[in-house]
Design a protein around this ligand. Structure first.
Ligand code: ZN
Length: 340
């Protein structure tokens, strides 16, 4: 098979790779129907995470089950399935509590590289969710979004306790931030403030349910959030970037007693203890347990009540993965969908 491999910062190649094989009796092999480039892939692409060896890329996927191991009982060949970037057994105490991304048996699915024609998915019964039927082609982008960015935005909104009567602010206008807006809307938030200075992203945020746009950042951005919330700060703030600036912007935009849901992968964030102490905010986040939300998200997509696939503003054949990375790196695209 062929797949995308990162050889060095900025150097993505589409090349021949070994076909994945069933390694454990709980594995499945799926044939990828669509995959995409994640904002977190850009940390590697830009060399912010060191690239020490040729690395198969991609951890977002939807596809058709091609082969299953002997112990797989609920997932069947021919089913159209969606899974998260972490495999989980969905039975251990951590999974039962809804934190499947930290399952005691969790395994990173992206290690196999989902930007490819085939992918090995460990713990198939616990990890994969089948759609009711083979989806129509126009639903595939939204189902793919559920694999990571929608699930991550959703978790951010849940962790921030977005809900009826709440004012929600979203720091970050990448795909996760935009879909956190959609999730906050679904959860019934009253006011949703998207922080973005890019016009096409502001427009999409409004389509997803944002009631206000704040273009300022840092202290000025915090001041604008206070202006919009009677000087108090938002009840719920979703942090979807992962930098020191964005995390502090999120904490400072939250009212005392409010909640920060942080889902941007943390890079060099150091929290000042005394400021955190006096902020009196709740912080909850981490790698999103996407698996917790998959059945509900798939149902909403299947009924065409949400259209998270709108975040894909560039679709390319998988063999042009390198251009998909470059377009996102240069912010010419919000998110690139890749078709084998
Ligand atoms: Zn588990």
């Amino acid at each position: 098979m062929r797949g995308a491999v990162l050889h060095a910062p900025g150097d993505v190649r589409f090349e021949e790779r070994d076909d994945p094989k069933i390694l454990q009796p709980t594995d499945a092999i799926i044939r990828i129907s669509a995959t995409c480039v994640c904002g977190s892939d850009l940390w590697d692409y830009r060399g912010i995470n060191p690239v020490n060896q040729a690395t198969p890329m991609g951890h977002e996927y939807v596809g058709v089950v091609e082969e299953i191991g002997d112990d797989v009982t609920t997932i069947k060949p021919g089913q159209f399935v969606i899974g998260s970037f972490f495999a989980s057994d969905n039975t251990c105490p951590i999974c039962q509590a809804g934190y499947q991304s930290r399952c005691v048996h969790s395994e990173y699915v992206g290690a196999g590289g989902a930007q490819a024609e085939l992918l090995r998915v460990p713990l198939a019964d616990g990890t994969l969710v089948a759609t009711p039927d083979t989806p129509s082609v126009d639903l595939i982008p939204s189902l793919l979004a559920a694999s990571d960015v929608l699930g991550t935005g959703w978790y951010g909104a849940v962790a921030a306790e977005a809900g009826p009567g709440k004012t929600v602010a979203v720091v970050g206008d990448g795909a996760v931030g935009l879909l956190a807006v959609l999730a906050a809307k679904q959860l019934g938030a009253e006011q949703i403030i998207a922080m973005s200075r890019h016009e096409p992203r502001q427009k999409l945020a409004r389509e997803f349910g944002a009631t206000d746009i704040v273009t300022e950042r840092g202290d000025e951005g915090v001041a604008r959030i206070k202006d919009l919330t009677d000087g108090l700060g938002a009840h719920s703030v979703i942090e979807a970037v992962g930098t020191q600036e964005s995390m502090m912007q999120a904490i400072r935009s939250t009212r005392p007693g409010g909640h920060v849901g942080y889902v941007g992968v943390s890079h060099g964030v150091q929290l000042p203890g005394e400021e955190l102490f006096f902020s009196a905010t709740h912080l909850h986040g981490g790698p999103a347990p996407v698996r917790r939300f998959l059945p509900e998200m798939i149902d909403l997509i299947w009924q065409r009540r949400i259209d998270p696939g709108k975040v894909f503003d560039l679709t390319l054949p998988l063999d042009q993965a390198a251009e998909g990375y470059a377009a996102m790196d240069e912010r010419r695209a919000i998110k690139t969908l890749l078709q084998p």
